[in-house]
Ligand binder design. Structure first.
Ligand code: SAM
Length: 252
């Protein structure tokens, strides 16, 4: 009886195109082999395809070898990412990767991994080779959360270099000792200051050992504002996810 009254909203599975033009798109590699071997894809099957930052209702037009070709039928509504750049200190990789997955689900536009003074040496040294894996994690999380784009994951940079290049918008330093300004307060201020435009926001999360006093002075000299996520000391990955959730709640 229930199914007669309320039509079931079918959400088509979403894929991220490896190449596309105005009328067609193609998948190769892992995505294509999953479609062909696991989902037994056939010409005529319909899916959603993310091509750049646009989303299309698409139909499989052909399968050859390890490549699946789609015809793009109609453009779907795309939900843009939040204008947020997350400076994520390098810390234990499995926790950092959890933070990248959660930040992607919550709409981050870009993640810039930074090597902080208290980032463990061996992690700092292997961070660059790990970046491809972080991009794969962001891509999978973008698909799973039905985003219409994939966040940019930059190559890791030393903190000082990152601060010299990140000069735009509201720059917020997540600082566990901060007691007067909360993230929510700073975001509300940034929103008011940007009128009806979405404010550009950068947020920096420290490593497990936290920022050094020298780094906090560097942030201050570069115009970053310390903000609090509350009285409790959060793990770095929890702080990253919480900051994104507070931002999404305020901006969406
Ligand atoms: N050094 C700290 C300690 O052990 O006392 C902990 C650092 S915390 C595990 C890692 C990072 O998460 C911090 O550098 C900060 O960026 C962020 N963070 C954690 N709790 C926070 C809070 N309550 N407010 C703002 N940022 C916080």
């Amino acid at each position: 009886m229930f199914c007669l009254l309320y039509p079931v909203l079918m959400t088509r599975r979403r894929w991220i195109a490896d190449s596309w033009d105005e009328a067609t798109a193609s998948l190769t590699g892992e995505q294509a082999s999953h479609l062909i071997r696991v989902l037994r894809a056939q010409p005529g099957m319909e899916f959603d395809i993310v091509a750049g930052d646009r989303v299309w209702h698409a139909v499989i037009a052909g399968i050859s070898g390890d490549s699946v070709r789609f015809n793009l039928l109609a453009e779907e509504k795309a939900d843009p990412a939040l204008p947020v750049t997350l400076l994520l200190s390098v810390f234990r990789f499995e926790r950092m990767e959890w933070a990248i997955e959660k930040a992607t689900e919550l709409g981050v536009e870009r993640v810039l991994p930074v090597i902080a003074r208290r980032s463990e040496k061996h992690l700092a040294q292997s961070a660059k080779t790990r970046a491809e894996r972080w991009r794969r994690i962001a891509r999978e999380a973008a698909k799973q959360s039905r985003r219409s784009d994939v966040p940019v994951i930059d190559d890791p940079l030393p903190l000082k270099t990152a601060l010299q290049q990140e000069k735009q918008g509201a720059r917020l330093l997540l600082a566990e000792q901060e007691r007067s300004t909360t993230l929510r307060h700073a975001l509300t201020e940034a929103l008011a200051a940007s009128g009806d435009q979405m404010p550009l926001i950068s947020m920096a999360v420290g490593p497990e050992g936290g920022w050094t006093a020298e780094e906090e002075a560097l942030f201050d000299a570069e115009g970053w504002k310390p903000v609090s996520l509350g009285p409790r000391i959060l793990r770095a990955e929890t702080a990253a996810m919480t900051a994104m959730a507070v931002t999404a709640a305020l901006l969406e």
